[in-house]
Design a protein around this ligand. Structure first.
Ligand code: IMP
Length: 203
């Protein structure tokens, strides 16, 4: 069994990871399951810089294999904003609702192709020997109004033309099948299987 501490306090990310990794010999814990955990400041300019910061601080603290996730939304017509500022787009202390409202405001008047966006998820697996990055991206459009009630963050505005739904209209399992996080997790699992970290005991 691989014991993995996830360097996040975001319960939605945890739920998606739990759902994706269900049935595999991995025991996932959020760092917030522990009485003490490090305070991590995301000072990087890219998802990759931030995810490495999270993984390294968390690994140095717990000295156990860790998984970090840095993710966000990139809107083409906004020069890839909000990007690494996705969680705090409307300002420090902003919640999902504030950020969604601010995004709609910034995109007012933009039509058609100008509403193209993509979600990026960068994962970093780190243990004593290995530090490895996995990335997943999903292309979509930003709607002018909310659709769906599931998920978190920008989910009700992120529409995938291929399936005719927003992320917020999908169950966790369905979202994982199409999402940036699901794609990055698939690469992580493939890597761990190749390394035989997920080898099941022979019966
Ligand atoms: P992080 O915790 O610094 O990685 O910030 C992630 C932010 O990006 C979240 O607070 C959301 O605003 C946004 N985000 C990342 N992944 C998703 C997703 O799957 N759905 C909706 N919003 C997301």
């Amino acid at each position: 069994m691989l014991n993995l501490i996830v360097a996040t306090g975001n319960l939605h990310k945890m739920e998606e990871m739990h759902s994706f990794l269900d049935g595999l010999p991995i025991l996932l814990k959020s760092m917030k399951d522990f009485a003490k955990f490090p305070d991590i400041e995301e000072t990087g300019q890219t998802f990759e810089e931030n995810v490495k910061i999270k993984a390294r601080i968390c690994f140095d603290f717990f000295k156990q294999p860790v998984l970090a996730d840095d993710s966000g939304l990139e809107v083409l017509a906004l020069d890839n904003e909000p990007g690494v500022y996705s969680a705090r787009y409307a300002g420090p202390g902003a919640n999902d609702q504030d950020n969604n409202r601010f995004l709609l405001h910034k995109m007012k008047g933009l039509q058609g192709e100008k509403r193209k966006a993509r979600f990026v998820c960068t994962l970093c697996y780190k243990d004593r020997q290995i530090e490895k990055i996995f990335t997943g991206t999903t292309e979509g459009m930003i709607l002018e109004e909310y659709k769906g009630r599931q998920g978190f963050g920008y989910d009700p505005l992120f529409y995938i033309p291929e399936i005719g739904k927003t992320y917020a209209q999908l169950s966790t399992e369905q979202k994982n099948a199409f999402s940036h996080r699901g794609k990055a997790l698939r690469k992580l699992v493939h890597f761990l299987e190749q390394k035989r970290y997920l080898a099941l005991p022979e019966s």
